[in-house]
Design a binder for this molecule. Sequence first.
Ligand code: SF4
Length: 281
Amino acid sequence: MNEPEILIDLLEKKQPVVAMLAPSFPIVYQYPHIAGKLKRLGFAYVVEVSAGAKNTNSAAIEILKNDPKARIITSPCASFVRMIRTKHPHLKQFLGFAADSPMVATARIVNEKYPGHRAIFIGPCNAKKLEANEDYPELEIVSVTYKQMKDVFDHFQIQDEPNDKNTKFDIEEANTRLYPISGGLAQSSLVKDLLADDEIEVVSGWQNCEQALKRFETNERIRLLDILFCDGGCINGPGIDSPLNTDQRREKVIEFWKKGTEMTFFTTIKQMLAGLSKSKI
Ligand code: SF4
């Protein structure tokens, strides 16, 4: 069975499943409708993969902070990791595997919070399937692309439904929603406070990967190579079916990130004010 068939089988058998939605989703879906649509399909919970990306960031920062000589090539891009393994095995030692990819980190959160549920990654990339099956078989992640999800929705005849608007993510994280844009890790972590500009290199596009690796090998000053195989990052992943160009896709992701961070800001202010008024009583 391929991945969409496995998912259809799980849903038909009413097995408990959790949807892990990659942060590129605003390119193809609207929030909050998509959370409701996935629940009508049969998902018990819907969580953002940006929640796991937060753990990815913390782990990467720890590595760089604890060892001033540490140098990392980021590993969330499954295609790039495979390129290193096959064409540049001597660079494997630099892959930041101590920091789980956002998909893997989110699956660990799901396993802890929702025991007995199967983690289903919905995202822009076919290669994540390889990462799930070859690198982390013990997590039993099923990885499907947005394109493939269309067939799954069609199979169960689940349509868009405007009344789903009040459905929310069960786990959300606004700060790391920029992850699918090239440089997302460098932007959303505190790495810029830790490293100088010339110690960080951000690269995207398969045609730029070889040169970037040469620079990483020859310039030991570079401590973080934040690299994604698709041009512009995961926003141009092969599992996305969208008429939008790269700028429009980037804009969609930024817009959703802004909405979330504004809400976080206002929620914090509201909580602070509530705390203040309680302390006066
Ligand atoms: S950059 Fe492309 S190949 Fe790499 S993880 Fe993202 S979508 Fe997949």
